[in-house]
Design a protein around this ligand. Structure first.
Ligand SMILES: NC(=O)c1ccc[n+]([C@@H]2O[C@H](COP(=O)([O-])OP(=O)(O)OC[C@H]3O[C@@H](n4cnc5c(N)ncnc54)[C@H](OP(=O)(O)O)[C@@H]3O)[C@@H](O)[C@H]2O)c1
Length: 245
């Protein structure tokens, strides 16, 4: 049976992935910053078939508690087979442009907190010589766009970190999965008008579950973002800088 640590477990996408693991009878350790919501999510997963669901309330900006988080998860579940990191915030680009503080806050939350968690988690999985680490990145990390390049920078940093980590962990049998969703209808995107390219959280969450089971390297969700981003990345900079994307 799978023991999985889900960090950012209140994320709408992560909840859908957690439901897939719950119906397999997994043991879950969930981390989120809102205790009340976390308990409601845990109760739902128990009803859906999870054998064990434990919770840990933490604002992940508290870097000095990341080690404690892992120790609590290992103490509760015994061992960890899988790790999913899902938390994030869609940065307000305009506010970031006006404020260094806001920019650094967003980079800390979306990139450095994840890198801190990955550093601790990777050492654990490296010792175990098995397991799977998955992180929700974004297509926004594939190319910096004027409308969201602070968020994109954080996701690009994760992309590079995960590339290196994947090659390190491949030698010891640990999979590292980078998930790159496009637009998904979740609380994060509630203020954005939903167009044709919007996906629902459920299929994206299920796609993450499958990608983790299959130990994939990089997965675009839905799949059509892979060719779209291939085109976006191939536009010459001299043209790209004139576009309002
Ligand atoms: N939705 C999209 O279009 C889209 C596209 C590409 C990638 N993604 C990525 O997918 C992941 C999940 O997002 P989502 O769409 O499921 O949105 P969501 O439902 O808004 O989930 C984001 C979660 O991150 C949590 N979070 C943020 N900062 C945190 C912190 N410092 N400590 C603890 N929890 C924190 C939020 O907690 P609270 O609820 O307490 O605020 C929220 O539960 C994110 O990494 C996001 O960047 C989303």
């Amino acid at each position: 049976m799978t023991n999985i640590l889900i960090i950012g477990a209140a994320s709408a996408i992560a909840q859908e992935t957690a439901k897939c693991f719950a119906s397999d009878g997994a043991h879950l350790f969930l981390v989120a910053r809102n205790g009340e919501r976390l308990e409601a999510i845990a109760a739902d997963l128990r009803v859906r078939g999870a054998q064990q669901v434990e919770t840990f309330v933490l604002d992940l900006m508290q870097f000095d508690r990341h080690q404690e988080l892992f120790e609590a998860a290992i103490a509760a579940l015994g061992t960890l087979d899988m790790l999913l990191i899902a938390h994030g915030t869609l940065s307000n680009q305009q506010q970031c442009q006006r404020s260094v503080e806001e920019t650094l806050h967003e980079l800390n939350n979306n990139a450095l907190s994840v890198i801190s968690l990955l550093t601790i988690g990777a050492n654990y999985f490296e010792q175990r010589r098995k397991g799977c680490i998955a992180v929700i990145g974004s297509v926004a990390g594939d190319r910096g766009r004027p409308s969201n390049y602070v968020y994109g920078t954080a996701k690009a940093a994760l992309n590079a970190f995960l590339q290196g980590l994947r090659a390190r962990m491949a030698k010891v049998g640990v999979a590292v999965v980078t998930i790159k969703p496009g637009f998904v209808a979740t609380p994060m995107t509630a203020s954005i008008r939903q167009g044709l390219l919007f996906a629902q959280a459920r299929p994206v969450g299920e796609g993450i579950y499958k990608a983790m089971q299959q130990r994939r390297d990089v997965v675009y969700l839905p799949w059509f973002w892979q060719p779209i981003m291939l085109i976006v990345r191939s536009i010459p900079e001299s043209i790209f800088k004139r576009l309002s994307l």
